[in-house]
Design a binder for this molecule. Structure first.
Ligand SMILES: *[C@@H]1O[C@H](CO)[C@@H](O)[C@H](O)[C@H]1NC(C)=O
Ligand SMILES: *[C@@H]1O[C@H](CO)[C@@H](O)[C@H](O)[C@H]1NC(C)=O
Length: 468
């Protein structure tokens, strides 16, 4: 059934590729082309002399450059081979210069190192919760800079302190101290963070030479029980699993940005005005509430989320936005839309969902009467199932490949506004794999614009349900 040639030009690859982490070194060999045969022209002696002269000059310049950089080159090669920290570590890049190093407690009593590690060390930092920017960064080869960052609300309620507990696992204390650094950073007024630094490049046959980090970021809840505002929290920690606790009720982020790679991001619950989650080759899952913008981007991995979108706007130019992107991984998204008191009608919402070669499942669980939703969803070579809320009004355009005519399921439904209206579903075009139509409540006294839903896939079915 799915043996149809892909129409949209995307090739169907095998199963999703889940690459936990790249530790390989690619090697390339370049074959030099054979010399041209039989076409050599005789050059005049003068031309030959000129060539020789230019060549000698170039060689001289090159020799000079090589001599000048020999030391650097030797160190460079040595570093690559023996894993010494390179210049990036020693000179520091940007805020690394302001490093206030952690003071470690080595092998504290009662702490058992995790698998594959012989030792454990602990340290703590404190950051001001009211900072304009709280940041967490890691830099360096994964061998010495990987682990977990956990963010929860277990700080002292009401205090202006974010406690950051760091646990490091390693095998050799000299290696650990020589090659890594955990820093309290304060690059400028209002900006406070923690950085983990390691050599940028590391190659060593001895796999015991490594370190793993667990960062626990304990945000303080407010003492009044209302949610605590955090102005801006940013992570930039490749190779760190991100785990956010159930802090949707206790914390509110004006801006939150979680950024990693090759690792999952799991969120039990969080609430923010603007939130972005970016990873690659790792799943994103969790429950989110946003009042302006939420971005969830990964690749080669599933996204499974429950998203609440809060809109205070009746202006189509300022919708609350959600963007979900992956590739080769399924997307399952439950959406709930809310209009806050500032909105006189149902709120404005803009949703974009995109993946490839994997099924997509979208369900709008809740939405106000008269809301305006613009939804675009795309995948390829897979099924799409979408369920809109009964309050939805507007167009729908459903596209798949030929022979895969999209289907609509609708059931009888009571007027959610309780005005005795009747739902009308019209199909205006149906050709091959395309279906276009609209759904309205009649008679109408709607003041806001209608929405639009645009869903496409290829080579498999697409089902839109307009449920009760
Ligand atoms: C999101 O907000 C809604 C409405 O205020 C609330 O019912 C829900 O529990 C919130 N979800 C999270 C994850 O905080
Ligand atoms: C979406 O909601 C349905 C029903 O309420 C639930 O079974 C499913 O697990 C939810 N999916 C996600 C991704 O939260």
């Amino acid at each position: 059934m799915a043996s149809q040639a892909p129409i949209d030009g995307e090739k169907a690859p095998p199963a999703p590729v889940l690459v936990p982490y790249h530790g390989y070194q690619a090697t390339y060999s370049v074959a030099s082309p054979p010399p041209p045969v039989g076409r050599r022209q005789r050059r005049s002696a003068r031309a030959r002399f000129l060539h020789a002269f230019v060549f000698a000059g170039l060689a001289l310049v090159l020799l000079h450059v090589v001599a000048k950089h020999a030391r650097y080159l030797r160190n460079f090669v040595h570093d690559r081979l023996h894993g010494e920290p390179d210049s990036d570590m020693s000179t520091g890049s940007g805020d690394h210069r302001s490093c206030e190093a952690a003071s470690w407690t080595f092998d504290p009593e009662g702490r058992v190192p995790v698998d594959q590690f012989l030792h454990v060390a602990e340290a703590s930092f404190e950051l001001p919760a009211s900072a304009d920017l709280l940041f967490f960064k890691s830099k360096g080869a994964a061998t010495f800079a990987h682990g977990v960052i956990e963010i929860d609300d277990s700080g002292t309620a009401g205090a202006d302190v974010v406690k950051v507990d760091i646990t490091a696992h390693y095998n050799d204390v000299e290696d650990f101290l020589e090659h890594t650094k955990a820093c309290l950073l304060h690059p400028r007024e209002g900006e406070d963070g923690v950085g983990i630094f390691a050599p940028m490049h590391w190659v060593d046959r001895d796999t015991r030479r490594k370190a793993r980090w667990d960062l626990k970021v304990r945000l303080p809840a407010s003492s009044s029980g209302s949610s605590r505002e955090i102005k801006k929290l940013v992570t930039d920690m490749p190779m760190f699993l991100h785990q956010v606790g159930d802090i949707g009720q206790s914390m509110f982020f004006d801006i939150l940005s979680l950024h990693t790679s090759n690792m999952p991001v799991h969120v039990r619950s969080l609430t923010g005005d603007i939130a972005t989650v970016k990873t690659s080759n790792g799943p994103i899952s969790g429950r989110f509430n946003t009042s302006h913008y939420l971005e969830l981007h990964t690749s080669n991995s599933p996204v499974k989320v429950d998203v609440g979108l809060l809109s205070e706007s009746d202006d189509e130019r300022t919708p609350t936005k959600l963007s979900i992107k992956s590739s080769n991984g399924p997307v399952a998204a439950n959406l709930s839309m809310y209009a806050t008191t500032e909105s006189e009608t149902g709120g404005q919402f803009l949703v974009g969902i995109r993946t490839s070669n994997s099924p997509t499942n979208i369900a709008v669980l809740d939405a106000p009467v008269d809301h305006t939703l613009h939804l675009k969803a795309h995948t390829s070579n897979s099924f799409v199932q979408a369920a809109l809320h009964k309050t939805y009004e507007g167009a729908f355009r459903l596209t798949s490949s030929r022979f895969f005519r999209p289907t609509i399921h609708a059931s009888d439904v009571q007027d959610p506004a309780d005005k005795g209206r009747r739902r009308v579903i019209e199909t205006s075009r149906a050709t091959g794999g395309y279906l276009e139509g609209a759904v309205h409540w009649r008679p109408t006294d709607r003041k806001t614009r209608y929405g639009s839903v645009d869903i496409s896939t290829s080579n498999l079915g697409l089902d839109l349900s307009l449920p009760a």
